[in-house]
Design a protein. Structure first.
Length: 94
């Protein structure tokens, strides 16, 4: 996906970093390197499932995922020194 508005030329994001685009959490398959005009190509996985609007913002500082619990059960546990833990199943629900 070709994007714009990255500012000066150079490395902007590293391979493996996450971004959020249109409420979809995506991982970069390649580094994001801007050209002299501030344009950069994003290679992401999984594939973009919903085409974002033109000029849609890309969250790079605090990427997020919209999630929903897929099972109403959860697992609480208490370890030594009252160290608490919780687990639950969820899936992306953008």
């Amino acid at each position: 996906m070709i994007t714009s508005g990255w500012g000066a030329a150079g490395l902007k994001l590293k391979r493996g970093q996450f971004i959020t685009l249109g409420d979809q959490l995506l991982m970069l398959n390649a580094a994001v390197v801007a050209d002299g005009d501030g344009n950069a190509t994003l290679a992401v996985k999984p594939y973009i499932r919903v085409v974002p609007a033109d000029k849609a913002p890309i969250e790079v500082k605090r990427p997020y995922a919209v999630m929903a619990m897929s099972d109403p059960k959860n697992g609480w546990k208490v370890g030594i020194g009252q160290k608490y833990g919780v687990s639950f199943d969820c899936e992306e629900a953008f």
